[in-house]
Design a protein around this ligand. Structure first.
Ligand code: HEC
Length: 168
């Protein structure tokens, strides 16, 4: 019984941490972490497509990355989708500050960017790492402003430092 109450209190505390009011009210204009699936209950088939992230990178070079959430989930309002991207190795940079922003180490959608399912940003490859990994979590929103019935998907790509210098 005591264990059960402890479990309930623990769950309540965790719930409160996860659902702090500021997160909820501000949520359509950003996403705070990569755990979209913690709250968004999966709807129809959804996937995240990452383009422009090379399998081999030149140290220090900038790459333009496109992220698209493809989904059968249709939206009933202007709220169509969102994402959060994080990189290990190198840095993510904003290219389109109307639709994307950097927040707490993640690159995510803005309120305007919430009306899209495709976003563009930049990745500057590391000077001092042999490998980099880009992880993108995406949500295809059904536009009802709830976490239910949305599509959730994740994609991660890794890149290795190019062995020989490209001759161009
Ligand atoms: C702590 C729980 C939680 C997490 C984690 C979370 N969301 Fe949400 N999300 C919500 C809630 C609650 C709503 C509904 C309230 C709102 O629209 O502001 C919502 C709404 C949305 C909407 C609008 C939905 C619609 O149908 O109109 C988008 C887009 C969205 N979230 C994207 C994301 C993405 C992308 C991630 C992960 C990178 C994420 N969310 C992670 C709780 C969460």
């Amino acid at each position: 019984m005591i264990k059960r109450i402890a479990g309930l209190v623990g769950g309540w505390l965790l719930g409160n941490l996860l659902f702090s009011p500021s997160d909820l009210t501000a949520h359509r204009n950003s996403a705070m972490n990569l755990e979209c699936g913690n709250c968004h209950i999966e709807g129809k088939a959804t996937k995240v497509i990452i383009k422009g992230f090379p399998s081999q990178f030149q140290p220090g070079r900038s790459y333009t990355i496109t992220v698209e959430v493809q989904s059968k989930v249709l939206s009933v309002s202007e709220s169509k989708g969102g994402f959060a991207a994080q990189v290990v190795g190198g840095t993510l940079k904003i290219k389109d500050d109307k639709n994307t922003q950097l927040l707490h180490g993640y690159l995510t959608h803005t309120q305007e960017g919430n009306t899209k399912r495709k976003w563009v940003f930049e990745w500057v490859a590391p000077q001092d790492a042999e490998e980099a990994v880009l992880t993108v979590m995406g949500v295809a929103a059904n536009g009802d402003y709830s976490p239910y019935g949305d599509g959730v998907a994740v994609e991660a790509l890794s890149a290795k430092k190019a062995v020989t210098k490209a001759k161009k």
